[in-house]
Design a protein around this ligand. Structure first.
Ligand SMILES: [Zn+2]
Length: 247
């Protein structure tokens, strides 16, 4: 997705300015809109200001460095490349979007950390060893699919490489990605099938072709169905550090 991200965001991208970034004002308005939905329900009009910050999506506690995928390395994307949300409570998550960024792992991290890039995905997987970087929390909406509705409902994963260089698609990377996606599917109860696990090329309205013709969907989906969902680490609430069988 990296190669073509300089084009302006489409008209459907509320709150994103041309170039794909999001203004502070739009971000605040967006947050307010989320709050208003809950506001009437709670008698919002009379609520003290401080309560506004308790509305889901506005201020769910976040711990710096926390990750959703056990073992992932937290490398935060620029805040201009995603927006705060409270998924799955405000937007349900029912899709995973598979990308190949047309770039190395290092360059992909670099552009996602660049506030001018206007796009980023939740995860980036490295080709040679399957190392996983998490750059955006799953509760937040990442700008990765070029389609607002898909951004809101999906988790995006970049796989180091190019659509025309199959050498980057290593067994190790497929396996690491399958394990990552198994965890996502378990967290949000997403079926492990091709309706729910899609390529960027399959997102409606996209002009991107990734993950490209060399991406081995049959093999990947087989690995995904066989993969065990990683349990939360023992340090997290409810975590045991053990794995449970694939669903
Ligand atoms: Zn893409």
């Amino acid at each position: 997705m990296v190669a073509q991200q300089t084009r302006p965001a489409g008209p459907g991208q509320r709150g994103q300015r041309p170039g794909g970034g999001v203004s502070r004002r739009a971000l605040l308005l967006g947050g307010g809109a989320v709050g208003l939905g809950v506001a009437g329900y709670l008698g919002w009009e009379n609520a003290p200001d401080r309560l506004r910050y308790r509305v889901p999506g506005v201020d769910r506690p976040r711990e710096e460095g926390a990750v959703d995928h056990p073992g992932a390395e937290w490398i935060p994307a620029s805040e201009e490349n995603w927006r705060r949300a409270d998924r799955p409570y405000d937007y349900g998550i029912d899709r995973v979007v598979v990308h190949v960024p047309q770039a190395t792992y290092a360059i992909t991290l670099k552009v996602f950390r660049d506030p001018g890039h206007g796009a980023a995905s939740h995860y980036v997987v490295r080709s040679e060893d399957g190392h996983v970087a998490q750059m955006i929390r799953e509760l937040d909406v990442a700008y990765h699919a070029g389609n607002r509705g898909f951004n809101e409902r999906s988790v995006g994963i970049e796989h180091e490489g190019w659509v025309d260089r199959p050498g980057y698609l290593t067994d190790t990377m497929y396996e690491a990605s399958a394990r990552l996606v198994a965890g996502i599917c378990a967290r949000y109860d997403i079926p492990r099938d091709r309706e729910h696990i899609v390529g960027h090329v399959e997102v409606p309205g996209t002009d991107h072709t990734d993950p490209g013709p060399h991406w081995d969907w049959d093999r990947y989906m087989r690995m995904l169905r066989d993969a065990k969902a990683p349990e939360p680490s023992p340090s997290e609430p409810g975590g045991t550090g053990r794995e449970r069988p694939a669903r």
